[in-house]
Design a protein around this ligand. Structure first.
Ligand code: ADP
Length: 495
Protein backbone atom coordinates (compact mmCIF):
# COMPACT_ATOMS: atom_id res chain seq x y z
CA UNK A 1 0.00 0.00 0.00
CA UNK A 2 1.33 3.43 -0.81
CA UNK A 3 0.89 6.20 1.69
CA UNK A 4 -0.32 9.47 0.29
CA UNK A 5 1.68 12.56 1.00
CA UNK A 6 -0.35 15.25 2.72
CA UNK A 7 -0.96 18.77 1.49
CA UNK A 8 0.53 20.23 4.60
CA UNK A 9 3.56 18.65 6.22
CA UNK A 10 5.47 19.71 9.31
CA UNK A 11 8.87 19.71 10.87
CA UNK A 12 8.29 17.58 13.97
CA UNK A 13 10.63 16.84 16.85
CA UNK A 14 9.47 13.82 18.89
CA UNK A 15 11.04 13.97 22.36
CA UNK A 16 10.90 10.84 24.50
CA UNK A 17 12.86 9.26 27.37
CA UNK A 18 12.76 5.94 25.52
CA UNK A 19 12.53 4.94 21.88
CA UNK A 20 12.48 1.40 20.43
CA UNK A 21 14.73 -0.18 19.30
CA UNK A 22 17.34 1.86 21.20
CA UNK A 23 15.94 1.67 24.74
CA UNK A 24 12.66 0.23 26.02
CA UNK A 25 10.93 -0.41 29.30
CA UNK A 26 7.31 -0.24 28.08
CA UNK A 27 4.78 0.70 25.45
CA UNK A 28 6.03 4.31 25.26
CA UNK A 29 9.18 3.11 23.50
CA UNK A 30 7.10 1.29 20.87
CA UNK A 31 5.05 4.43 20.25
CA UNK A 32 8.10 6.71 20.08
CA UNK A 33 9.77 4.30 17.64
CA UNK A 34 6.75 3.69 15.39
CA UNK A 35 4.93 7.02 15.19
CA UNK A 36 7.93 8.86 13.63
CA UNK A 37 8.13 6.24 10.89
CA UNK A 38 4.46 6.69 10.06
CA UNK A 39 4.85 10.49 10.11
CA UNK A 40 7.90 10.27 7.85
CA UNK A 41 5.94 8.08 5.46
CA UNK A 42 3.42 10.93 5.19
CA UNK A 43 6.17 13.25 4.01
CA UNK A 44 6.92 15.12 7.25
CA UNK A 45 10.43 16.14 8.27
CA UNK A 46 10.36 14.21 11.54
CA UNK A 47 13.26 13.78 13.92
CA UNK A 48 13.50 12.15 17.33
CA UNK A 49 15.44 13.10 20.47
CA UNK A 50 16.21 10.90 23.48
CA UNK A 51 18.96 10.49 26.07
CA UNK A 52 21.93 8.39 25.13
CA UNK A 53 21.93 5.63 27.73
CA UNK A 54 24.77 3.18 28.20
CA UNK A 55 24.70 0.47 25.58
CA UNK A 56 23.44 2.61 22.70
CA UNK A 57 26.32 2.34 20.27
CA UNK A 58 25.40 2.82 16.64
CA UNK A 59 25.75 6.62 16.72
CA UNK A 60 28.02 9.35 15.39
CA UNK A 61 29.01 12.51 17.21
CA UNK A 62 27.78 15.71 15.60
CA UNK A 63 28.56 18.40 18.16
CA UNK A 64 28.38 19.68 21.70
CA UNK A 65 26.86 22.67 23.46
CA UNK A 66 26.42 24.07 26.97
CA UNK A 67 23.29 23.54 29.07
CA UNK A 68 22.54 25.30 32.33
CA UNK A 69 21.33 23.05 35.15
CA UNK A 70 20.58 25.51 37.93
CA UNK A 71 23.80 27.46 38.41
CA UNK A 72 25.98 24.82 36.80
CA UNK A 73 27.01 24.81 33.20
CA UNK A 74 27.01 21.26 31.86
CA UNK A 75 28.06 20.01 28.44
CA UNK A 76 25.66 18.07 26.25
CA UNK A 77 27.33 15.93 23.59
CA UNK A 78 25.06 15.53 20.60
CA UNK A 79 25.11 12.26 18.74
CA UNK A 80 23.00 10.98 15.89
CA UNK A 81 21.57 7.67 14.74
CA UNK A 82 18.67 6.69 12.49
CA UNK A 83 15.36 4.87 12.34
CA UNK A 84 14.59 3.49 8.90
CA UNK A 85 11.17 4.27 7.42
CA UNK A 86 9.65 3.80 3.96
CA UNK A 87 8.11 6.50 1.78
CA UNK A 88 6.32 5.24 -1.34
CA UNK A 89 8.55 2.20 -1.54
CA UNK A 90 11.80 4.11 -1.00
CA UNK A 91 13.76 4.08 2.20
CA UNK A 92 13.65 7.24 4.29
CA UNK A 93 15.91 7.78 7.27
CA UNK A 94 14.48 9.40 10.40
CA UNK A 95 17.31 11.13 12.32
CA UNK A 96 17.48 10.28 16.01
CA UNK A 97 19.38 12.75 18.17
CA UNK A 98 20.93 11.46 21.36
CA UNK A 99 21.61 13.87 24.19
CA UNK A 100 24.71 12.50 25.85
CA UNK A 101 26.30 13.32 29.16
CA UNK A 102 28.55 10.83 30.88
CA UNK A 103 27.54 11.83 34.39
CA UNK A 104 23.77 11.70 33.83
CA UNK A 105 23.23 8.84 31.40
CA UNK A 106 26.17 6.45 31.38
CA UNK A 107 24.60 4.17 34.00
CA UNK A 108 23.40 0.56 34.24
CA UNK A 109 19.70 1.43 34.10
CA UNK A 110 17.53 4.05 32.45
CA UNK A 111 15.56 5.23 35.50
CA UNK A 112 15.14 5.13 39.26
CA UNK A 113 18.13 7.15 40.40
CA UNK A 114 18.33 9.60 43.31
CA UNK A 115 19.03 12.51 40.95
CA UNK A 116 16.22 11.75 38.50
CA UNK A 117 14.87 15.32 38.64
CA UNK A 118 18.28 16.73 37.73
CA UNK A 119 18.85 14.22 34.93
CA UNK A 120 15.59 15.09 33.20
CA UNK A 121 15.80 18.81 33.95
CA UNK A 122 19.05 18.61 32.01
CA UNK A 123 17.47 16.54 29.24
CA UNK A 124 14.51 18.92 28.89
CA UNK A 125 16.65 22.05 28.62
CA UNK A 126 19.12 20.28 26.33
CA UNK A 127 16.27 19.59 23.88
CA UNK A 128 15.62 23.33 23.57
CA UNK A 129 19.32 24.20 23.38
CA UNK A 130 19.77 21.56 20.68
CA UNK A 131 17.36 23.47 18.45
CA UNK A 132 19.63 26.52 18.63
CA UNK A 133 22.71 24.38 18.07
CA UNK A 134 21.23 22.73 14.98
CA UNK A 135 19.57 25.90 13.71
CA UNK A 136 16.59 23.66 13.00
CA UNK A 137 13.35 24.89 14.53
CA UNK A 138 10.48 22.41 14.29
CA UNK A 139 6.83 23.44 13.90
CA UNK A 140 6.00 20.98 16.67
CA UNK A 141 7.82 19.53 19.65
CA UNK A 142 5.93 16.40 20.59
CA UNK A 143 6.79 15.66 24.25
CA UNK A 144 6.13 12.31 25.90
CA UNK A 145 5.60 11.65 29.61
CA UNK A 146 6.96 13.50 32.63
CA UNK A 147 10.61 13.31 31.64
CA UNK A 148 9.90 15.89 28.93
CA UNK A 149 7.24 17.82 30.91
CA UNK A 150 9.42 20.89 31.50
CA UNK A 151 9.93 21.48 27.75
CA UNK A 152 6.62 23.30 27.10
CA UNK A 153 7.10 25.35 30.28
CA UNK A 154 10.66 26.40 29.53
CA UNK A 155 9.83 27.10 25.89
CA UNK A 156 6.98 29.44 26.81
CA UNK A 157 8.64 31.16 29.78
CA UNK A 158 12.29 31.37 28.80
CA UNK A 159 12.74 30.93 25.06
CA UNK A 160 9.78 32.64 23.45
CA UNK A 161 11.52 36.03 23.22
CA UNK A 162 13.86 34.48 20.65
CA UNK A 163 12.39 34.50 17.10
CA UNK A 164 13.90 31.09 16.43
CA UNK A 165 11.48 29.58 18.95
CA UNK A 166 8.40 31.66 18.29
CA UNK A 167 6.84 29.36 15.73
CA UNK A 168 7.17 26.20 17.81
CA UNK A 169 3.98 24.64 19.18
CA UNK A 170 4.03 21.87 21.77
CA UNK A 171 2.05 18.65 22.16
CA UNK A 172 2.32 16.71 25.41
CA UNK A 173 1.31 13.05 25.44
CA UNK A 174 0.49 11.28 28.71
CA UNK A 175 1.29 7.58 28.32
CA UNK A 176 0.71 6.71 31.96
CA UNK A 177 -0.52 9.22 34.52
CA UNK A 178 0.77 7.12 37.40
CA UNK A 179 4.36 8.22 36.82
CA UNK A 180 4.40 11.97 37.40
CA UNK A 181 7.94 13.04 38.26
CA UNK A 182 7.12 14.89 41.49
CA UNK A 183 10.18 16.28 43.31
CA UNK A 184 11.01 18.67 46.18
CA UNK A 185 10.61 22.40 45.83
CA UNK A 186 14.36 23.00 45.26
CA UNK A 187 13.94 21.28 41.88
CA UNK A 188 12.64 24.61 40.57
CA UNK A 189 16.19 25.94 40.70
CA UNK A 190 17.51 23.03 38.64
CA UNK A 191 14.98 24.07 36.02
CA UNK A 192 16.20 27.67 36.22
CA UNK A 193 12.86 28.84 37.63
CA UNK A 194 12.20 31.16 40.57
CA UNK A 195 9.99 30.58 43.61
CA UNK A 196 7.12 32.43 41.93
CA UNK A 197 6.47 29.19 40.01
CA UNK A 198 5.73 27.33 43.24
CA UNK A 199 1.98 27.99 43.26
CA UNK A 200 -1.02 25.72 42.57
CA UNK A 201 -1.70 27.70 39.37
CA UNK A 202 1.78 26.80 38.17
CA UNK A 203 3.92 23.73 38.91
CA UNK A 204 3.40 23.20 42.64
CA UNK A 205 1.62 19.89 43.19
CA UNK A 206 0.80 18.64 46.69
CA UNK A 207 3.94 20.26 48.10
CA UNK A 208 6.23 19.13 45.28
CA UNK A 209 7.24 20.36 41.86
CA UNK A 210 5.58 18.16 39.24
CA UNK A 211 7.19 17.64 35.83
CA UNK A 212 3.99 16.04 34.56
CA UNK A 213 1.92 19.01 35.66
CA UNK A 214 4.33 21.36 33.86
CA UNK A 215 3.72 19.46 30.62
CA UNK A 216 -0.05 19.38 31.09
CA UNK A 217 -0.36 23.07 31.94
CA UNK A 218 2.01 24.61 29.44
CA UNK A 219 1.68 22.47 26.30
CA UNK A 220 -0.52 23.94 23.56
CA UNK A 221 -2.35 20.63 23.25
CA UNK A 222 -2.40 17.51 25.42
CA UNK A 223 -3.39 13.97 24.61
CA UNK A 224 -3.40 10.50 26.08
CA UNK A 225 -3.20 7.21 24.26
CA UNK A 226 -6.91 6.37 24.06
CA UNK A 227 -10.16 8.32 24.05
CA UNK A 228 -11.60 6.50 27.05
CA UNK A 229 -8.48 7.11 29.19
CA UNK A 230 -8.65 10.80 28.23
CA UNK A 231 -12.12 10.91 29.84
CA UNK A 232 -11.29 8.64 32.77
CA UNK A 233 -8.32 10.67 33.98
CA UNK A 234 -10.58 13.66 34.56
CA UNK A 235 -12.22 11.71 37.41
CA UNK A 236 -10.81 11.07 40.92
CA UNK A 237 -10.90 7.31 40.35
CA UNK A 238 -8.35 7.41 37.52
CA UNK A 239 -6.87 10.89 37.84
CA UNK A 240 -4.00 10.06 40.20
CA UNK A 241 -4.67 13.44 41.90
CA UNK A 242 -4.11 15.21 38.56
CA UNK A 243 -7.84 15.22 37.66
CA UNK A 244 -8.35 18.89 38.59
CA UNK A 245 -5.42 20.02 36.44
CA UNK A 246 -6.69 17.91 33.55
CA UNK A 247 -10.26 19.14 33.90
CA UNK A 248 -9.01 22.71 33.77
CA UNK A 249 -7.58 21.89 30.34
CA UNK A 250 -10.28 19.53 29.16
CA UNK A 251 -10.93 21.56 25.97
CA UNK A 252 -7.34 20.92 24.91
CA UNK A 253 -7.23 17.29 26.04
CA UNK A 254 -7.55 14.67 23.31
CA UNK A 255 -7.31 10.90 23.04
CA UNK A 256 -5.52 9.07 20.23
CA UNK A 257 -5.34 5.31 20.35
CA UNK A 258 -1.87 3.86 19.84
CA UNK A 259 -1.21 2.01 16.65
CA UNK A 260 0.77 -1.18 16.34
CA UNK A 261 3.81 -1.70 14.16
CA UNK A 262 2.25 -4.06 11.63
CA UNK A 263 5.56 -4.97 10.03
CA UNK A 264 7.16 -6.09 13.25
CA UNK A 265 4.03 -7.77 14.59
CA UNK A 266 2.94 -9.92 11.67
CA UNK A 267 2.16 -13.62 12.15
CA UNK A 268 2.81 -14.25 8.44
CA UNK A 269 6.46 -13.19 8.66
CA UNK A 270 7.42 -13.10 12.36
CA UNK A 271 10.64 -15.15 12.57
CA UNK A 272 10.31 -15.51 16.35
CA UNK A 273 7.27 -17.79 16.28
CA UNK A 274 7.31 -21.52 15.54
CA UNK A 275 5.10 -21.52 12.43
CA UNK A 276 3.93 -18.55 10.38
CA UNK A 277 0.24 -18.21 9.55
CA UNK A 278 -2.32 -15.70 8.39
CA UNK A 279 -5.99 -15.38 7.51
CA UNK A 280 -5.44 -17.80 4.61
CA UNK A 281 -4.09 -20.63 6.79
CA UNK A 282 -5.33 -20.06 10.32
CA UNK A 283 -5.14 -23.83 10.98
CA UNK A 284 -1.37 -23.47 11.18
CA UNK A 285 -1.74 -21.31 14.30
CA UNK A 286 -2.26 -24.46 16.36
CA UNK A 287 1.25 -25.68 15.54
CA UNK A 288 2.35 -22.72 17.65
CA UNK A 289 0.14 -23.91 20.48
CA UNK A 290 1.57 -27.42 20.52
CA UNK A 291 5.16 -26.14 20.30
CA UNK A 292 4.54 -23.67 23.13
CA UNK A 293 3.05 -26.45 25.29
CA UNK A 294 6.17 -28.53 24.61
CA UNK A 295 8.57 -25.68 25.39
CA UNK A 296 6.77 -24.71 28.57
CA UNK A 297 6.50 -28.32 29.80
CA UNK A 298 2.74 -28.46 29.59
CA UNK A 299 0.99 -31.63 28.37
CA UNK A 300 -0.16 -31.51 24.77
CA UNK A 301 -3.86 -30.65 24.80
CA UNK A 302 -6.62 -29.12 22.72
CA UNK A 303 -8.09 -27.42 25.81
CA UNK A 304 -8.10 -23.61 25.61
CA UNK A 305 -4.71 -22.08 26.37
CA UNK A 306 -4.88 -18.68 28.10
CA UNK A 307 -1.86 -16.36 28.13
CA UNK A 308 -0.51 -13.29 29.91
CA UNK A 309 2.50 -11.17 28.87
CA UNK A 310 2.81 -8.26 31.24
CA UNK A 311 4.73 -6.11 33.65
CA UNK A 312 3.80 -7.65 37.00
CA UNK A 313 2.41 -4.54 38.70
CA UNK A 314 -0.89 -3.70 40.44
CA UNK A 315 -2.14 -1.83 37.36
CA UNK A 316 -2.48 -5.05 35.36
CA UNK A 317 -5.18 -6.74 37.47
CA UNK A 318 -3.05 -9.74 38.41
CA UNK A 319 -4.77 -10.03 41.78
CA UNK A 320 -8.00 -10.82 39.91
CA UNK A 321 -6.28 -13.62 38.02
CA UNK A 322 -4.91 -15.00 41.30
CA UNK A 323 -8.41 -14.79 42.82
CA UNK A 324 -10.00 -16.88 40.06
CA UNK A 325 -7.19 -19.43 39.86
CA UNK A 326 -8.97 -22.10 41.94
CA UNK A 327 -12.01 -21.95 39.68
CA UNK A 328 -9.78 -21.90 36.59
CA UNK A 329 -8.03 -25.05 37.76
CA UNK A 330 -11.40 -26.82 37.95
CA UNK A 331 -11.97 -26.08 34.27
CA UNK A 332 -10.46 -27.83 31.28
CA UNK A 333 -7.83 -25.23 30.32
CA UNK A 334 -4.16 -24.31 30.51
CA UNK A 335 -2.53 -21.04 31.55
CA UNK A 336 0.84 -19.53 30.62
CA UNK A 337 2.32 -16.32 32.03
CA UNK A 338 5.43 -14.33 31.10
CA UNK A 339 6.28 -11.29 33.17
CA UNK A 340 8.56 -9.52 35.55
CA UNK A 341 8.11 -6.84 38.18
CA UNK A 342 6.75 -6.81 41.70
CA UNK A 343 8.32 -9.74 43.66
CA UNK A 344 4.96 -10.36 45.33
CA UNK A 345 3.41 -11.33 41.98
CA UNK A 346 6.53 -13.15 40.79
CA UNK A 347 6.41 -15.42 43.85
CA UNK A 348 2.66 -15.84 43.67
CA UNK A 349 2.74 -17.16 40.11
CA UNK A 350 5.81 -19.31 40.76
CA UNK A 351 4.00 -21.03 43.62
CA UNK A 352 0.85 -21.50 41.53
CA UNK A 353 2.99 -23.17 38.91
CA UNK A 354 4.36 -25.55 41.54
CA UNK A 355 0.88 -26.47 42.70
CA UNK A 356 -0.50 -27.12 39.18
CA UNK A 357 2.44 -28.05 36.92
CA UNK A 358 0.15 -29.84 34.46
CA UNK A 359 -1.99 -26.75 33.87
CA UNK A 360 0.15 -23.68 34.58
CA UNK A 361 3.43 -22.54 33.04
CA UNK A 362 5.25 -19.46 34.32
CA UNK A 363 8.36 -17.68 33.09
CA UNK A 364 9.64 -14.75 35.17
CA UNK A 365 11.74 -12.39 33.06
CA UNK A 366 11.70 -10.09 30.01
CA UNK A 367 11.82 -12.23 26.90
CA UNK A 368 10.78 -10.81 23.55
CA UNK A 369 10.90 -14.13 21.70
CA UNK A 370 8.83 -16.03 24.24
CA UNK A 371 6.38 -13.11 24.32
CA UNK A 372 5.71 -13.56 20.58
CA UNK A 373 5.39 -17.32 20.98
CA UNK A 374 2.75 -16.77 23.65
CA UNK A 375 0.84 -14.27 21.51
CA UNK A 376 0.93 -16.78 18.63
CA UNK A 377 0.42 -19.99 20.59
CA UNK A 378 -2.45 -19.09 22.92
CA UNK A 379 -6.16 -19.14 22.19
CA UNK A 380 -6.99 -16.32 24.59
CA UNK A 381 -5.08 -13.42 26.13
CA UNK A 382 -5.94 -12.05 29.58
CA UNK A 383 -5.68 -8.35 30.36
CA UNK A 384 -7.98 -7.53 33.29
CA UNK A 385 -6.30 -4.18 33.97
CA UNK A 386 -7.33 -1.88 36.80
CA UNK A 387 -6.54 0.96 34.38
CA UNK A 388 -4.95 0.90 30.92
CA UNK A 389 -4.01 4.13 29.13
CA UNK A 390 -3.69 2.47 25.70
CA UNK A 391 -2.36 -1.04 25.89
CA UNK A 392 -0.44 -2.87 23.21
CA UNK A 393 -0.85 -6.41 24.49
CA UNK A 394 -4.45 -6.72 23.35
CA UNK A 395 -3.55 -5.32 19.90
CA UNK A 396 -0.69 -7.78 19.42
CA UNK A 397 -2.91 -10.63 20.61
CA UNK A 398 -5.66 -9.78 18.09
CA UNK A 399 -3.15 -9.45 15.28
CA UNK A 400 -2.06 -13.02 16.09
CA UNK A 401 -5.65 -14.31 16.26
CA UNK A 402 -5.57 -14.69 20.04
CA UNK A 403 -8.81 -13.54 21.59
CA UNK A 404 -8.45 -10.88 24.29
CA UNK A 405 -10.39 -11.14 27.55
CA UNK A 406 -10.16 -7.66 29.03
CA UNK A 407 -11.63 -5.27 31.52
CA UNK A 408 -13.33 -2.51 29.52
CA UNK A 409 -11.21 0.42 30.65
CA UNK A 410 -9.02 2.96 28.83
CA UNK A 411 -7.56 1.71 25.55
CA UNK A 412 -8.97 -1.76 26.17
CA UNK A 413 -12.50 -0.33 26.00
CA UNK A 414 -11.64 1.46 22.75
CA UNK A 415 -10.20 -1.56 20.95
CA UNK A 416 -11.95 -4.68 22.24
CA UNK A 417 -15.66 -5.12 21.59
CA UNK A 418 -17.55 -7.84 23.37
CA UNK A 419 -18.53 -10.83 21.26
CA UNK A 420 -22.25 -11.26 20.94
CA UNK A 421 -23.32 -14.81 20.39
CA UNK A 422 -26.58 -14.00 18.59
CA UNK A 423 -25.24 -11.46 16.12
CA UNK A 424 -21.72 -12.92 15.99
CA UNK A 425 -20.07 -9.52 16.18
CA UNK A 426 -17.12 -8.46 18.34
CA UNK A 427 -13.45 -9.30 18.62
CA UNK A 428 -13.03 -10.36 22.25
CA UNK A 429 -14.67 -10.59 25.65
CA UNK A 430 -15.06 -7.70 28.04
CA UNK A 431 -16.28 -7.06 31.57
CA UNK A 432 -16.78 -3.83 33.50
CA UNK A 433 -16.55 -4.35 37.27
CA UNK A 434 -13.07 -4.75 38.72
CA UNK A 435 -13.97 -8.07 40.34
CA UNK A 436 -12.97 -11.72 40.18
CA UNK A 437 -16.56 -12.73 39.46
CA UNK A 438 -16.77 -10.47 36.42
CA UNK A 439 -13.46 -11.79 35.06
CA UNK A 440 -14.54 -15.38 35.62
CA UNK A 441 -17.80 -14.76 33.83
CA UNK A 442 -15.97 -13.34 30.80
CA UNK A 443 -13.65 -16.37 30.75
CA UNK A 444 -16.62 -18.74 30.90
CA UNK A 445 -18.29 -16.93 28.00
CA UNK A 446 -15.09 -17.20 25.98
CA UNK A 447 -14.66 -20.90 26.69
CA UNK A 448 -18.26 -21.59 25.70
CA UNK A 449 -17.70 -20.03 22.28
CA UNK A 450 -14.34 -21.82 21.99
CA UNK A 451 -16.17 -25.17 22.11
CA UNK A 452 -18.11 -24.21 18.97
CA UNK A 453 -15.31 -24.48 16.41
CA UNK A 454 -17.15 -22.74 13.60
CA UNK A 455 -18.06 -19.73 15.74
CA UNK A 456 -14.62 -19.56 17.29
CA UNK A 457 -12.90 -19.50 13.92
CA UNK A 458 -15.19 -16.67 12.81
CA UNK A 459 -14.28 -14.76 15.96
CA UNK A 460 -10.56 -15.29 15.39
CA UNK A 461 -10.95 -14.01 11.83
CA UNK A 462 -12.82 -10.97 13.13
CA UNK A 463 -9.98 -10.15 15.52
CA UNK A 464 -7.29 -10.62 12.86
CA UNK A 465 -9.12 -8.44 10.34
CA UNK A 466 -9.20 -5.38 12.58
CA UNK A 467 -6.78 -2.68 11.48
CA UNK A 468 -4.85 -1.19 14.38
CA UNK A 469 -1.85 -0.15 12.27
CA UNK A 470 -0.24 3.26 12.68
CA UNK A 471 -1.76 4.80 9.55
CA UNK A 472 -4.94 5.93 11.27
CA UNK A 473 -3.29 7.01 14.53
CA UNK A 474 -0.60 8.97 12.69
CA UNK A 475 -3.29 10.78 10.69
CA UNK A 476 -4.97 11.72 13.99
CA UNK A 477 -1.66 13.04 15.32
CA UNK A 478 -1.37 15.19 12.19
CA UNK A 479 -4.76 16.66 13.07
CA UNK A 480 -3.55 17.32 16.61
CA UNK A 481 -0.43 19.07 15.36
CA UNK A 482 -2.65 21.29 13.24
CA UNK A 483 -4.74 22.18 16.31
CA UNK A 484 -1.58 22.95 18.30
CA UNK A 485 -0.31 25.26 15.59
CA UNK A 486 -3.61 27.11 15.39
CA UNK A 487 -3.58 27.59 19.15
CA UNK A 488 -0.08 28.96 19.02
CA UNK A 489 -1.13 31.52 16.45
CA UNK A 490 -4.04 32.52 18.68
CA UNK A 491 -1.81 33.16 21.71
CA UNK A 492 0.29 36.30 21.36
CA UNK A 493 3.90 35.82 22.36
CA UNK A 494 4.60 37.84 25.52
CA UNK A 495 6.75 40.95 25.03
P1 ADP B 1 2.75 -1.14 29.46
O1 ADP B 1 3.32 -0.09 28.55
O2 ADP B 1 1.87 -0.61 30.56
O3 ADP B 1 3.78 -2.10 30.00
P2 ADP B 1 1.48 -2.18 27.04
O4 ADP B 1 0.49 -3.28 26.84
O5 ADP B 1 1.16 -0.85 26.45
O6 ADP B 1 1.74 -2.07 28.61
O7 ADP B 1 2.89 -2.59 26.44
C1 ADP B 1 3.64 -3.64 26.97
C2 ADP B 1 4.61 -4.14 25.91
O8 ADP B 1 5.72 -4.78 26.56
C3 ADP B 1 4.00 -5.19 24.99
O9 ADP B 1 4.67 -5.11 23.74
C4 ADP B 1 4.35 -6.50 25.71
O10 ADP B 1 4.36 -7.60 24.84
C5 ADP B 1 5.73 -6.17 26.22
N1 ADP B 1 6.10 -6.92 27.44
C6 ADP B 1 5.62 -6.76 28.69
N2 ADP B 1 6.20 -7.63 29.55
C7 ADP B 1 7.07 -8.35 28.82
C8 ADP B 1 8.00 -9.42 29.14
N3 ADP B 1 8.12 -9.89 30.39
N4 ADP B 1 8.75 -9.91 28.14
C9 ADP B 1 8.63 -9.44 26.88
N5 ADP B 1 7.79 -8.44 26.52
C10 ADP B 1 7.02 -7.91 27.48
Amino acid sequence: MTVQELDETYRILVASPEVAPFAKTGGLADVAGSLPKALAAMGNDVRVVMPRYRGITDVRTIGDFPVWVGWRKVTAILREGVIRARLNGAEKLVPVYFIDNYHYFDRDNMYMYFDEAERFAFFSRAILEMIRHLGWAPHIIHCNDWQTGPVPLLLREQYSHDPLYQGIATVFTVHNLQYQGNYPRETLHLLGLGDEYFTPERVEFYGDVSFMKAGILYADVINTVSKTYAKEIQTPEYGQRMEGVLRARSKDLHGIMNGLNYHEFNPETDARIYRNYGLGNIEDKKENKYALQRDMNLPSSTAPLLGVVSRLVDQKGLDLIADVMDEMMDMDLQFVLLGTGDPHYENLFRSLRQRHPDKIAVEIGFNVVLAQRIYAGCDMFLMPSRFEPGGLGQLIAMRYGTIPIVRGTGGLADTVTNYELERQVGNGFTFAEYSADALLDAMRRAIEVYRDRRRWTALVENAMRHDFSWNRSAAEYMGLYGIARNKLEAVPVPA
